[in-house]
Write a protein that binds this ligand. Sequence first.
Ligand code: MF3
Ligand code: CO
Length: 256
Amino acid sequence: MIVCRSAAELAKMREAGRLVGEVLTELAAHVAPGVTTADLDELAETRIRKAGATPAFKGYHGYPATICASVNQEVIHGIPSGRRVLNEGDVISIDVGAELNGYFGDSAITLAVGQVSEAAATLLRVTDESLYKAIEAVKPGGRISDIGHAVQRHVEAFGFSVVREFVGHGIGQKMHEEPQVPNYGEPGRGPRLAEGMVLAIEPMVNAGKPAVKVLADGWTAVTRDGTLSAHFEHTVAVTADGTWILTAREVPVAVR
Ligand code: MF3
Ligand code: CO
């Protein structure tokens, strides 16, 4: 069942989403060579709890941390570690989820650590663009697969590939609700989009081939071919006035 949210519920989800965005903005300011992914995790957990919220990932099917921090060929679900030190030229995907007053927000960004290769910078830009193309494809009366189609079209035009094994999702009073939101496919398929639906749209894009595998830690998904991967995510609501990015960050577009 896909739940449609009232205006009052969407207002609460915006508060959860706003917090998640603020956490990402704070973490982005700390990403630098020498910082560990455990440092970022600690900052995120402190900020979330100070706001009276709860980290959404910690304890979820046994996940041990507040954020997912996925470096270079890691696609998603990288577990923060004090031994994982960021180096100049790395790219790091940071995924944050929080529950505030019974509602969830979920968002991810991928950032360059210092100067990165032109290829890496292009991967980040194109993946971010694909998320916004996907958001533009969200319209009441449209279909779920319109979203993935927009992602795939954009990404493949640059020779990159879309990860198939992981998908976006409905979100509300649970982090993962129906429907699933794939990042590929033909348009015009799947459930109809309707006012009040809230979706976490999260393209995962590889520089090389699409295949991924999960490491022995049971969480970290990496590209099989070892190429770089990027991940951007927003929680968005379908409303009569257009699509509302609940996890929007109040920062200039250039550093979004
Ligand atoms: N944004 C990811 C998702 O929607 C984060 C989940 S990490 C987990 O699935 F640890 F909570 F699973
Ligand atoms: Co998600």
